[in-house]
Ligand binder design. Structure first.
Ligand SMILES: [Zn+2]
Length: 270
């Protein structure tokens, strides 16, 4: 892995044949009671020690990732646009800063269909925000929810159901990671970078304590199981990990120390 370029809202790394660009959609803050213990109860103030706070809430960056190869560009997740919190919706600006235009995106895959991941598919005028992305991959478990979202009508003809093991783009394989949502997916890029969507919402707490869940996990126990199994996989295989809500620059290594997992972000060296 080599860092090619970096800026305020992006960082591009090179793997073997593919380049991956982290695109920042912005940052928001979430209530402290979003982090839950194994009983489903909010963490105590003691258990929250070490949390990464902003404006008295849990810092939540929002990111998408662009995989570029000879076959075109696959965008993984599309940000919140203007549909969620203020401070988000910067994906298009990030793309421009990274030297891409929206017309270069040839396919899109969603880790899941929550508002901060799909809203950027459609622009403010109700047109597809990525006009040349002729396929929009959505987990088969979530295509119904996607179809029911009236804002997504402009991209509906482009919908392609996605399943475990599928390859939505040359060099990219899908791994089921259910729990946060029914069809939550991770993407393994060239067997060395695992883009794991919403497996971790608050790195400062959930690497050391992967049993801690997130209020918006549809199935807390299943989400915990997926989090643990992909952390183990990433550690065992020495994979780089990338996540929609991981701290800047959203890509890093996972390691174990003192019996706990830790996250070491890649350092922006350019
Ligand atoms: Zn999310």
């Amino acid at each position: 892995m080599r860092i090619l370029r970096a800026g305020k809202r992006f960082m591009t790394i090179e793997l073997a044949q593919l380049q991956v660009t982290m695109l920042s959609d912005g940052e928001t803050a979430m209530p402290l009671d979003c982090l839950l213990d194994t009983e489903g109860q909010p963490l105590s103030p003691e258990a929250l020690a070490g949390a990464d706070l902003v404006e008295g809430g849990l810092r939540l960056p929002v990111r998408a990732f662009l995989v570029k190869g000879p076959a075109g560009c696959l965008l993984i997740d599309a940000g919140a646009a203007s549909s969620w919190h203020k401070g988000l919706g910067q994906l298009q600006a990030a793309l421009t800063e990274a030297g891409f235009g929206p017309q270069q995106v040839t396919a899109i895959a969603l880790s899941h269909t929550h508002v901060d991941h799909l809203s950027g598919l459609v622009d403010a005028d109700g047109a597809p925000a990525f006009p040349n992305a002729m396929r929009v991959f959505v987990a088969i478990e979530e295509t119904m929810a996607f179809r029911a979202n009236s804002r997504m009508q402009p991209v509906m003809p482009r919908l392609v159901p996605l399943e475990q093991g599928d390859g939505p783009f040359p060099g990219v394989t899908v791994i089921n990671a259910p729990g946060h949502s029914a069809g939550h997916m991770a993407f393994l890029v060239e067997g060395r970078l695992l883009i794991w969507g919403d497996l971790v919402h608050h790195a400062a707490i959930q690497f050391a304590r992967p049993e801690v869940g997130w209020k918006h996990d549809a199935d807390l126990a299943l989400a915990r199981q997926s989090r643990l199994s992909l952390m183990r996989l990433a550690k065992r295989k020495g994979l780089l990990v990338a996540g929609a809500h991981l701290p800047d620059p959203g890509i890093g290594h996972i390691f174990r120390q003192d019996g706990r997992y830790h996250f070491r972000p890649v350092r922006r060296t350019v």
